[in-house]
Write a protein that binds this ligand. Structure first.
Ligand SMILES: NC(=O)c1ccc[n+]([C@@H]2O[C@H](COP(=O)([O-])OP(=O)(O)OC[C@H]3O[C@@H](n4cnc5c(N)ncnc54)[C@H](O)[C@@H]3O)[C@@H](O)[C@H]2O)c1
Length: 342
């Protein structure tokens, strides 16, 4: 078992990584808890026993269920169960479950402890760590969006039980690898050279480092969005037929191409991006057929991570990866063209 500490002062917590790690879960719960509300999904194979009276709340699968309606249903369930502020919510699932369970916990009685048992690769290396919780706002009259309603609510602990990965569909594994490829460029670490437990623990450590230096994303934590500006646009433009991690992989290539167009990196560094993302991580690097250039530029301009007036990207350069504001739509379009010509 590997334990990674997320250092956040009074909100510090441990992340346990290993096969069978769920059996250590009880040790992460607050001592005040007399009941546990387990939030999970039908397809999640892990059984959890923490030696407390528990009730299992099963939420729907897919982004449409990552909604305020789900939060309301959970809170009604917590009320029926008699969950108090001293008790605990346990999110057992991938990023969708831990985002929803975390936000329900942040809101219930103005905040009850939450512990996550992460069951996907994306969850383990990214979503379960760092305290960002939330749901989507369904579009009404064209207004709405992903993860627009939420709270920063750090878990009291996280379990990454590698047993869960045995049943994970290959596409979900690919999504996790997209985020890992991102960590490769943020740190230079050869994550694929490590064994599975070390690799996941190292990803947790990298995320924890960014989170602990900038818990509320007012600066350095934004670098975790490397590859994400185009990725978010691609997810929307393809109506989410491209999964997040797959879109991040293409977004990393795009960020390198754009950095090259802006004179920030040389062609050798762009080629390294292709080698790492396409070669090592075996992810698709090409823009999907039929995407509309104009629409992608518009969507990138509306990205909620955008700061200020022009387009904002996280880009590689002589000083490493950094936030670059006020990129012109023409430069953004030229980089798309360069990828389409490749
Ligand atoms: N809070 C954050 O910092 C953060 C970071 C990244 C992503 N996210 C969010 O995470 C979500 C994506 O998370 P995800 O990629 O884990 O997807 P997910 O949670 O939607 O899970 C994908 C699918 O795998 C199933 N599943 C989960 N564990 C399984 C297992 N062990 N075996 C078999 N099937 C299993 C789920 O039921 C679901 O059908 C998005 O909503 C995204 O916005 C949040």
């Amino acid at each position: 078992m590997i334990t990674v500490r997320v250092p956040l002062g009074q909100r510090s917590y441990d992340v346990l990584v290993g096969h069978g790690a769920r059996r250590e879960l009880a040790g992460l719960l607050p001592s005040t808890a007399k009941r546990a509300a387990i939030v999970t999904q039908q397809a999640i194979p892990l059984d959890i026993d923490v030696g407390l009276p528990t009730e299992v709340f099963t939420i729907g699968d897919g982004e449409a269920h990552k909604s305020l309606a789900t939060i309301e249903a959970l809170c009604r369930g917590f009320a029926r169960f008699g969950l108090t502020r001293n008790d605990v919510v346990i999110g057992v699932g991938g990023g969708m479950v831990t985002d929803v369970a975390g936000f329900a916990a942040a809101s219930w009685h103005r905040g009850v402890a939450v512990v996550h048992v992460s069951t996907t690769l994306v969850g383990m290396v990214d979503a379960a760590i760092g305290g960002k919780t939330g749901v989507n706002l369904a579009a009404v009259d064209g207004i709405g969006g992903k993860n627009l309603v939420g709270a920063f609510w750090q878990p009291a602990g996280v379990v990454c039980d590698l047993d869960a990965l045995a049943t994970l569909p290959p596409r979900e594994v690919r999504c996790g690898r997209g985020e890992m490829a991102k960590y490769h460029f943020l740190t230079g670490d050869d994550l694929l050279a490590m064994d599975e437990a070390e690799r996941i623990a190292r990803c947790v450590e990298i995320k924890a480092d960014f989170v602990s230096s900038d818990e509320r994303e007012s600066g350095r934590r934004a670098l975790l969005n490397y590859g994400h500006t185009l990725a978010h646009a691609l997810e929307i433009a393809t109506d989410y037929s491209l999964a997040h991690g797959e879109a991040v992989a293409i977004g990393l290539i795009y960020a390198a191409t754009l950095a090259h167009q802006l004179g920030r990196i040389d062609q050798v560094r762009v080629d390294q991006h292709y080698e790492v993302v396409g070669g090592h991580y075996e992810l698709d690097t090409a823009l999907p057929a039929g995407v509309d250039r104009r629409q992608l530029i518009d969507l990138m301009g509306r990205d909620k991570k955008a700061l200020g007036g022009g387009l904002t990207f996280v880009l590689d350069g002589a000083n490493g990866v950094e936030v670059v504001t006020d990129v012109s739509p023409d430069a953004a379009g030229d980089a798309l063209d360069a990828m389409l010509l490749k």
